[in-house]
Design a protein around this ligand. Structure first.
Ligand SMILES: Nc1ncnc2c1ncn2[C@@H]1O[C@H](COP(=O)(O)OP(=O)(O)OP(=O)(O)O)[C@@H](O)[C@H]1O
Length: 426
């Protein structure tokens, strides 16, 4: 590495395993942590091709189809499993986080072993917004801060909560999810705090609540904006004191659960309208993270589409996406956000029968970008598009099957349930 002494000394400053590659995927510099991780001697590294560096196998980069660096670049990150490198003394899994500058140079952070997020829970995205989001999540993850995830339905709030939990020190503890929009006013307290035997009719035994179930881990409170006011003050007390009281109980019980909350609603506006407690709003907003809708981060569309395709039965066989399909996907607004894209790709993968996707396999669930009135610079909110008539028509067409109807509407079953609750005749 003596030919690039400046780079060597610079990468040595990075406190995690790190490597720099040129646009041809030849190694320019790596720090000792990266060399140790992959069982290389630092002095052997200069000019080493990416394939040799990551897998220990001789030979130049395999090209876009199977190069790990290339795939990591498309997805923002990549998990390479079971690397069999003689020097490693056993198989290794590696998680790569890759960024590229305009000149094509690549910076790669490496993470090894069990601390890696599992492939299926990977947070995919290479847009600047997504990179910032990942950085923010990974910074706040090791702290105890309460985090509020904000964003439209289907943008990936639950996914982000999962990512946060996996990067926190609580990763070996449970991640418990509660969705306030699916629990009635009476149920929610019993669910969160549990109850003692005899607390109410039917309480024939003691039951611990989700706060206690999340002991040592994370409690993800989804759709916190739907929480009834009376319950909001109890939640605030639990957050402030780290103690809860079961329904019908007299003792306070200490709980150690980190809370992440999420909502698609404008909580500040709800505070103004007296629908959300101001003190809880400030408590939850200690660390707000906004997840932009997919239409505002088009750079993520193809990365996500490829990710979903890769995790479909077709796997890598259906990749790469053809230019016409890419153009179609990039020209669509995705009112149902990432969830809608996932549904579109799952359906297309089935129709393509493990072959490459063709335009006729792609069926959008709403109007295309050209059909949307964006003259005022505004895109209709998904809530407007989900009219009662449309929901009922789709439900009827699906013979009342909610999961299928939700799929066709590009929303989660929970979101559908929420809408149905608001339809009086339903
Ligand atoms: N960045 C991402 N990478 C990979 N998958 C994602 C990403 N964002 C979302 N998804 C997937 O898209 C789907 C919808 O995401 P998720 O359920 O997290 O959205 P949400 O914002 O919590 O929705 P809702 O408000 O309706 O509960 C999930 O299957 C999730 O795994």
């Amino acid at each position: 590495m003596s030919s690039t002494p400046d780079l060597d000394s610079l990468v040595a400053l990075v406190p995690r395993p790190f490597a720099l590659f040129d646009a041809e995927h030849r190694l320019l510099a790596a720090n000792q942590l990266a060399a140790d991780l992959l069982g290389h001697a630092l002095e052997d590294l200069a000019g080493m091709p990416c394939k040799h560096f990551f897998t220990g196998l001789a030979g130049a980069c395999d090209g876009p189809e199977s190069c790990s660096l290339h795939r990591a670049l498309i997805h923002g990150s990549r998990l390479i499993e079971n690397i069999q490198n003689d020097r490693l003394g056993g198989p290794l899994s590696l998680h790569l986080r890759v960024i590229q500058n305009q000149a094509g140079y690549l910076g790669v952070l490496l993470e090894a072993g069990n601390s890696m997020p599992a492939a299926e829970s990977q947070l995919v995205g290479r847009s600047e917004a997504m990179q910032n989001l990942m950085t923010m999540i990974e910074r706040v993850a090791p702290t105890q801060a309460t985090v509020l995830l904000l964003g439209e339905s289907g943008v990936g709030k639950e996914r982000a909560a999962d990512h946060l939990h996996r990067h926190s020190r609580r990763v070996s503890g449970p991640l418990v999810v509660v969705d306030c929009s699916t629990l009635g006013e009476n149920l929610i307290e019993a669910e969160l705090f549990g109850y003692e035997k005899g607390a109410f009719t039917g309480a024939d035994r003691r039951k611990i609540g989700l706060f206690e179930a999340a002991e040592g881990g994370t409690l993800f409170i989804d759709e916190v904006g739907e929480m009834p006011l009376a319950m909001q003050s109890k939640l605030l007390r639990a957050l402030e004191t780290s103690r809860i009281r079961r329904l019908g109980g007299t003792d306070y019980i200490a709980v150690d659960a980190r809370v992440i909350a999420a909502t698609h609603r404008d909580l500040a506006a709800m505070v103004q309208q007296g629908q959300f407690r101001e003190d809880l709003f400030y408590r939850l907003s200690a660390f707000p993270i906004q997840i932009p809708p997919l239409r505002e981060r088009p750079d993520d569309i193809l990365a996500l589409a490829e990710h979903f395709l890769q995790h479909s039965e077709a796997g890598d066989a259906a990749l790469p996406l053809g230019p016409e399909v890419c153009e179609m996907l990039l020209g669509y607004q995705f009112p149902g956000n990432v969830r809608e894209l996932k549904n579109i790709i799952s359906r297309a993968a089935i129709l393509a029968d493990n072959g490459p996707l063709r335009p006729e396999h792609i069926a959008f669930q709403a109007v295309r970008r050209g059909d949307i009135d964006i003259s005022a610079g505004r895109i209709p909110r998904s809530r407007n598009r989900l009219s009662t008539e449309r929901i009922l028509a789709v439900l009827q067409a699906c013979d009342g099957h909610r999961s299928e109807a939700a799929r066709q509407l590009g929303i989660s079953e929970r979101t559908l349930y929420r809408h149905l609750q608001k339809i009086p005749e339903y």
